[in-house]
Ligand binder design. Structure first.
Ligand code: AMP
Ligand code: MG
Length: 282
């Protein structure tokens, strides 16, 4: 069974994150561990690199195909680590990686999708979003940064937006890295313990942690209301970093395999070109 089938949120279903164990490792062999995952990641990365090349080559033949990985998670959920490991296993030339923080004044002056549209991958590329338009129904909802009727209308807006992207050749892979409340605490403490990680520690994260139930509820709604046939959500249990990296890379590989990519034929006569070159190289 494909990993996508195991981790997909079926469109139209209510989501209960409490029923998904963040320490579980669905689809990985029973004896899998860090070492196993590292070896797998090397092989998967090579396969992803070949797919990237075919995607780029297809663009030269006029294809509008591209792939967009959207990563969402609670603080310390592992978004940065996943980008580092998964993107690190791929061909950097074909990647377009964007992280979304608090909107700037300019961004706030526009519709919430404005900055997202500007960051989309162009045909032939793989985009990776570290946070995304979903923050506008997550942090924005939890902190009541806009009135409820405004964020409530965004689920449909997001579905419409993603449908439009899909129709224009963008394959969207949306992944929520699901960590436990306990694991988040461990990771925050680890940041404090290591002076080289202090730059990543934000005292505000401790306040955000107090809002854990509100965030989980907001996530459940976003996953449930915005998992669609054209852009389903996947929940990756993420307490084990090795599993998380392997799972995201595997989801990408399965998604690529579905695109039916192949190298385009050259628009020239190979025999004639060979002859021309042979004469020229003499
Ligand atoms: P980090 O990922 O640790 O660099 O933090 C980025 C911060 O930006 C997080 O606290 C997010 O909640 C916040 N953020 C991202 N998008 C938005 C948004 N649309 N509105 C408000 N805050 C946001
Ligand atoms: Mg942070």
């Amino acid at each position: 069974m494909e990993l996508r089938e195991r981790l997909r949120i079926a469109p139209g279903t209510a989501v209960d994150l409490g029923a998904i164990d963040p320490a579980s490792t669905p689809g990985a062999p029973a004896k899998a561990d860090k070492k196993w995952a590292a070896a797998q990641l090397t092989d998967i990365g090579a396969a992803l690199g070949r797919y990237q090349e075919m995607l780029y080559a297809a663009k030269a033949a006029g294809s509008r195909q591209r792939l967009l990985l959207v990563l969402q998670a609670m603080d310390c959920g592992g978004k940065d680590g996943t980008v580092r490991k998964v993107a690190g296993a791929m061909n950097p030339q074909g990647l377009h990686i964007v992280a979304f923080g608090k909107p700037t004044e300019e961004e706030r002056a526009h519709d919430f999708l404005w900055r997202i549209r500007r960051a989309l991958p162009v045909p032939g590329y793989v985009g990776m979003f570290n946070r995304s338009h979903y923050e506008d129904v997550l942090v924005v909802r939890v902190h009541e940064l806009v009135p409820p009727e405004v964020w409530a209308a965004r689920y449909d807006e997001i579905n419409g937006f993603e449908r439009e992207l899909a129709e224009d050749g963008t394959t969207i892979l949306k992944v929520m890295l699901h960590i436990s409340y306990e694991e988040q605490c461990e990771r925050l403490l680890a940041r404090l313990d290591d002076p080289t990680k202090h730059w990543k520690y934000n005292p505000g994260d401790v306040d955000e942690r107090k809002l854990w139930p509100a965030y989980q509820e907001a996530y459940q709604d976003a996953l449930g209301r915005c998992s669609t046939d054209q852009a389903p959500w996947y929940v990756v249990p993420a307490d084990h970093k090795w599993y998380r990296d392997w799972a995201v890379a595997t989801l990408l590989r399965e998604t690529f395999a579905d695109l039916g990519l192949r190298y385009p034929e050259g628009a020239f006569d190979v025999a004639a070109e060979r002859q021309r070159l042979q004469e020229d190289c003499r």
